[in-house]
Design a protein. Structure first.
Length: 287
């Protein structure tokens, strides 16, 4: 599989460990008011590779959530940071600790980072994290009808992705999701940052599409979803993405998906396998 990796630029982008955000009550899709942990901060006991369903949380982010306090610079961080990029703590007691970008989260505009547990215990709100952003502009030259985004080339090399004899990109995935289950974030003008959610309030669909098995970091296929120039429905299109945050309680929400491949002409063939998770590809899985 030939790519243009030798034509890409590696740039530094940086953010700070965020403080968790909190509202008062949130109303669930079933009309129940709740107060639960959500986005931001250092999540000590939930990491990429763990199941993302069933926690008493709302939109929780695994590992460490960072953001640049300058809005324009944060847009650079969330756009240029790609899943699998190396991250390094550059201030505080955990200075020097290394991890990986695991996704970006729209709305709160966070970049999510995996760090080993020993680093989490030393980190604090406000610590600075530098990311070696690399991957924006990546192309698979054998598949010109597939757009690649938000993906480090070295992670692509580990994902068992291949090009079939018919020129279609073959990608191992954990589950396939129909377009009618895609909710919050649909209609966005870009998929080069942020995510959109798989809706989970319909229990019959939840069981039918095996959503209860989803893990942070799972690679998933979104049928009839085109995220090449924004996010929308297009019959026959295929998007491949990565689960970045937990299930959610609000109507229209659920586990968030960051695009890594999209083809408006359907030149992607998902292959459902037992495991397809970036934690396993990066060698950081706890399962």
């Amino acid at each position: 599989m030939k790519t243009n990796v030798d034509k890409l630029a590696m740039l530094s982008v940086q953010g700070e460990v965020t403080h968790p955000r909190m509202a008062n009550y949130k109303i669930t899709a079933y009309g129940k008011p709740v107060v639960l942990p959500g986005t931001g901060g250092i999540t000590y006991n939930i990491q990429v590779g763990d199941n993302c369903m069933g926690f008493e949380v709302d939109h929780v982010e695994p590992g460490v959530s960072i953001k640049n306090p300058n809005e324009m610079e944060n847009a650079g961080l969330t756009t240029l940071a790609c899943i699998g990029n190396e991250a390094r703590v550059v201030s505080g007691e955990a200075k020097g600790a290394k991890g990986y970008v695991t996704g970006t989260h729209g709305g709160c505009e966070h970049t999510l980072i995996y760090f080993p547990q020993e680093a989490l215990e030393k980190m604090a709100i406000g610590d600075k994290v530098l990311v070696k952003s690399f991957g924006t502009g990546l192309k698979i030259e054998d598949c010109p009808e597939v757009t690649v985004m938000n993906l480090d080339p070295s992670l692509l090399d580990r994902m068992n992705v291949s090009v079939g004899a018919d020129g279609v990109l073959e990608v191992p995935v954990a589950v396939e999701v129909p377009a009618y289950l895609m909710g919050s974030g649909i209609g966005s003008s870009t998929a080069y940052r942020g995510d959109y959610d798989i809706m989970t309030a319909d229990r019959e669909a939840y069981e039918q599409f095996n959503l209860g098995k989803l893990r942070f970091g799972d690679v998933v296929a979104l049928r009839d979803c085109d995220t090449t120039f924004g996010r929308g429905y297009l019959k026959g299109a295929i998007t491949i993405g990565v689960i970045v945050h937990s299930d959610c309680l609000l109507a229209g929400h659920g586990p968030g998906v960051v695009t890594i491949f999209s083809s408006s002409t359907g030149k992607i063939r998902p292959l459902v396998v037992e495991k397809a998770n970036i934690a396993d590809y990066l060698g950081i899985s706890r399962q």
